[in-house]
Design a protein around this ligand. Structure first.
Ligand code: UT7
Length: 342
């Protein structure tokens, strides 16, 4: 090994979340609105999920995943007092890009004027933002970037049917975008303390979107009307989430020998209040420490974690210098965490 092959030395680089932003489609669809188009009730949806309304995008009104993502990242850049030209890398976590290529991140980067910053998408469904956050952190800590824009965006309602046929799935989801800007910081104590990223493709058939007949992962799915729509075994995903959430919290805390109450805030993927209640009870956490906003947005896939974090920051509920754990689970199946010292 020559001296040129040595890893770069120098002081450890801190990483800070310098700004956050979010963007929502303008159309609000309440549970009462859904009652008019399918056999469901506000009572059923609230009791089983905690959701009261969600946003539904209109692509004809300029609300594509790329447009919502650009709006969210523009807001995060303004919040971070950062010019688009300072961004070294744009990462978009999404599973609903408008086209197979260009990536959502390339479109967002160009729209905002990030010049020739690197840009790419990652797809880990609802876990996508948390995975992207872990990845972006490492680019900065490793000295390869100084400023990274991360967007979590999905327009999942493209893959739903608001009718009796799709009622067990369509009542759960909504569209949104959330973003953060990460910057290198002189304080080496700031940044990610521990993380976990996991996947189990062997259970992919519990939550997936078949496009062609031969994409069917579950042989019992034989109805052609299902092609292009979210297929979900709700009870299997529920059990998976209820067991994995506490497991990944413990795994992450164990890495840094920390107790659950040493974390100031748990920013969790918003899929079902019952899933979050189970985690809260298991660790004896207050509602303030593990907050919920899904009653207004439903499950917004990769946008759910950054959307909630942006709301909490704007409401002054994120302690400066505090410890925050971001958590998500979703299709793949995937699950993961990112524990930060802000
Ligand atoms: O990012 C990950 C995304 N996914 C999740 O997190 C989903 C996790 N799973 C869940 O949240 C829950 O399983 C659901 C909310 C999806 C469903 O709740 P559940 O308590 O597991 O209900 P179920 O699927 O067992 O259905 C109970 C009943 C059924 O009727 P019968 O067979 O008991 O007569 C369903 O047909 O509820 C019926 N049902 C509905 N009724 C009114 C299903 N969907 C609806 C609906 N409105 N929208």
């Amino acid at each position: 090994m020559t001296s040129r092959d040595q890893p770069r030395g120098g002081p450890r680089i801190g990483v800070r979340i310098a700004g956050t932003g979010s963007a929502l489609p303008s159309r609000v669809v309440t549970n009462r609105d859904l009652e008019k188009v399918m056999d469901t009730s506000d009572e059923w949806i609230v009791q089983r999920t905690g959701i009261r309304e969600r946003r539904v995008h209109d692509r004809d009104a300029g609300e594509s995943a790329e447009a919502l993502g650009a709006k969210a990242l523009a807001a995060a850049l303004a919040d971070a007092r950062t010019e688009a030209s300072e961004v070294d890398l744009v990462i978009a976590a999404t599973m609903t890009a408008s086209m197979p290529t260009p990536s959502t991140a390339c479109v967002i980067s160009s729209e905002l004027g990030c010049g020739s910053a690197g840009a790419f998408d990652i797809n880990a469904a609802c876990s996508g933002f948390v995975f992207a956050l872990n990845m972006a952190h490492e680019f900065i800590r490793g000295g390869q970037a100084r400023c990274v824009g991360i967007v979590g965006v999905d327009t999942i309602t493209r893959h739903l049917e608001f009718s009796d046929f799709g009622r067990s799935v369509s009542v759960l989801f909504g569209d949104a975008a959330g973003a953060v800007v990460l910057r290198a910081d002189d304080d080496p104590a700031r940044g990610m303390l521990a993380q976990a990223m996991h996947a189990d493709g062997g259970r992919a058939h519990h939550l997936y979107i078949p496009i062609r007949h031969d994409d069917r992962l579950d042989p019992t799915d034989t109805d052609d009307r299902q092609l292009g729509l979210v297929r979900m075994n709700g009870q299997a995903v529920f059990k998976f989430a209820v067991s994995k959430f506490p497991e990944v919290i413990e795994e992450t805390l164990n890495k840094v020998r920390m107790a659950p109450d040493e974390v100031d805030l748990y920013v969790c993927h918003q899929a079902n209040t019952r899933i979050l209640d189970a985690a809260r009870q298991r660790f004896g956490l207050s509602a303030d420490r593990l907050p919920v906003n899904m009653e207004r947005y439903g499950n917004t896939v990769a946008a759910s974690v950054p959307l909630l974090f942006d709301e909490l920051r704007k409401a002054g509920r994120v302690p400066e210098g505090g410890r925050v754990m971001f958590l998500a689970f979703g299709a793949g199946l995937t699950w993961g965490s990112s524990l930060w010292k802000l």
